[in-house]
Design a protein around this ligand. Structure first.
Ligand code: VGL
Ligand code: ZN
Length: 201
């Protein structure tokens, strides 16, 4: 079974959103066209409580995109985004959600960020996504969405480490920063994630 994993295609990551990914909206038609080709379609949703510790606003004197140590983990500080129940946290309305069988939320633990759809950044809490995919007899996982150098990267990495044949769809994602994107791609290559474009699919 082949699953399409749509990562964080939410209003705050689209142009006009609080943590807008350049060209983020361009992934939506690509993803919509891919959906019918999969046995299972699953989405993730960044879902932070107000005042989440990954927000720069929670650290007086700090600005977005500064780096800090957060309870022992390196943390990029972000603008407030994807606050639970806010319009910015909604999945993009242009995304075809009809075939989405399940939505896995992440980032709810106040003290730790969660880029991957599988685990928080400290690998302390699981979302249950790996068990769910196994239960659904999924062997191949295709990852797309936002952002290429954060949540899509870490989700693909964890999928691969969980033993799924993992594909990262390069034209169905967009990055926040070129440097971190380059590092992400080289790490994914090294661990055996397949980088493909949607046309090769
Ligand atoms: C993301 C930064 C903070 C993402 C989520 O979805 O890539 N990036 N929270
Ligand atoms: Zn977040």
């Amino acid at each position: 079974m082949k699953a399409l994993l749509i990562v964080d295609v939410q209003n705050d990551f689209l142009p006009g959103g609080s943590l807008a990914v350049p060209g983020g909206d361009e992934v939506i038609p690509v993803i919509n066209a891919l959906e019918p080709r999969f046995d299972l379609v699953v989405a993730t949703q960044d879902w932070h409580p107000e005042g989440h510790r990954s927000f720069a606003s929670a650290h007086p004197g700090k600005k977005p995109f500064e780096m800090i140590d957060l309870y022992g983990l390196d943390q990029v500080l972000w603008p407030d985004h994807c606050v639970q129940g806010s319009p910015g946290a909604d999945l993009a309305k242009e995304l075809n959600q009809k075939p989405v069988a399940a939505v896995f939320r992440k980032g709810m633990h106040y003290r730790v960020d969660s880029y991957s759809g599988f685990y928080d950044n400290g690998k302390k809490y699981s979302t249950g996504l790996a068990s769910y995919l196994r239960e659904m007899k999924v062997k191949e996982v295709y990852v797309c969405g936002l952002a290429a150098d954060y949540c899509v990267y870490y989700t693909a990495k964890d999928a691969c480490n969980a033993g799924f044949h993992t594909y990262y769809i390069t034209d169905a994602t967009r990055f926040i920063a070129g440097e971190s994107y380059k590092a992400a791609i080289s790490d994914l290559r090294q661990i055996g994630v397949h980088l493909i474009s949607s046309e090769e699919l």
